[in-house]
Design a protein around this ligand. Structure first.
Ligand SMILES: Cc1ncc(COP(=O)(O)O)c(C=O)c1O
Length: 233
């Protein structure tokens, strides 16, 4: 993994620290291969699964990361994308040699199209962009890098969608034996992760992913509350 991924880019600003009254270290994955942390997940997955064909659904970042990882590892990759996906992302998947399968989600959902492809390619590995042990282990490399920083870190605030990134960071931090709290952050107007965890907490089994159940509810839930208890409730 270390040889394949670019180390995260660390950015610090004295002005920002002064403004906030505490020190902030920005770990930017913008300069990672294909422009996001998703390459960590995708490369680890493509490298470790036995199958030579990998299917996934993605509106962009995971799809292009997987396409690039598969190109490096000489595997075949098919990405189901909504036909409304940004053209630049569709072009990126295709540019890396992946097959972008566009679906008009008003007619056929991504999942439905993926199910068809699973029937067509029964030997393929079906990758979730977040609910997959290889994805989480790949993202754990970022958690380990955070542990290795010379600055002492108390909290990591990371964007959360499906939970693969936060799960991975938590896993990486635990592997280093460090006690760093992880806060998942998402826009109030698109708070599906916090609603998902809350729904699981309230109803037991409505969580969107087992991944959330296993990792975020165990480790992040309190940190979510810590970060913003009013908005959480
Ligand atoms: C740039 C970026 N940040 C954060 C996320 C959320 O990651 P996760 O779904 O692993 O929680 C995504 C997921 O698509 C993403 O593309």
């Amino acid at each position: 993994m270390k040889a394949a991924v670019r180390p995260t880019t660390i950015i610090q600003s004295v002005k920002l620290n002064r403004h906030l009254g505490f020190d902030v270290v920005l770990a930017s994955e913008t300069f990672q291969h294909t422009g996001s942390f998703k390459f960590r997940a995708a490369y680890n997955l493509a490298k470790n699964v036995d199958q030579n064909t990998i299917l996934t659904e993605s509106s962009g970042n995971f799809g292009q990361a997987l396409a690039y990882a598969c190109q490096l590892l000489d595997k075949k990759c098919i990405v189901v994308m909504p036909s409304t996906s940004a053209q630049v992302k569709v072009d990126a998947v295709r540019g890396f040699g992946g097959i972008a399968e566009l679906t008009d989600v008003k007619v056929k959902s991504r999942r439905a199209r993926l199910e068809e492809l699973i029937k067509d390619f029964p030997e393929a590995y079906v990758a979730s962009a977040y609910n997959d042990k290889y994805v989480i282990e790949g993202n754990a490399s970022l958690g380990r890098e955070i542990c290795e920083l010379s600055q002492s870190i108390d909290y990591v605030v990371a964007p959360v969608g499906g939970g693969g990134l936060t799960s991975g960071i938590i896993k990486g931090i635990k592997q280093c034996g460090k006690n760093i709290k992880v806060i998942g952050a998402e826009p109030t107007m698109a708070n599906d992760a916090s609603r998902s965890i809350k729904s699981w907490k309230d109803y037991g089994k409505r969580s969107r992913t087992t991944n959330h159940r296993r990792w975020c509810s165990c480790f992040s839930y309190r940190q979510f509350k810590l970060g913003n208890s009013q908005r959480w409730n």
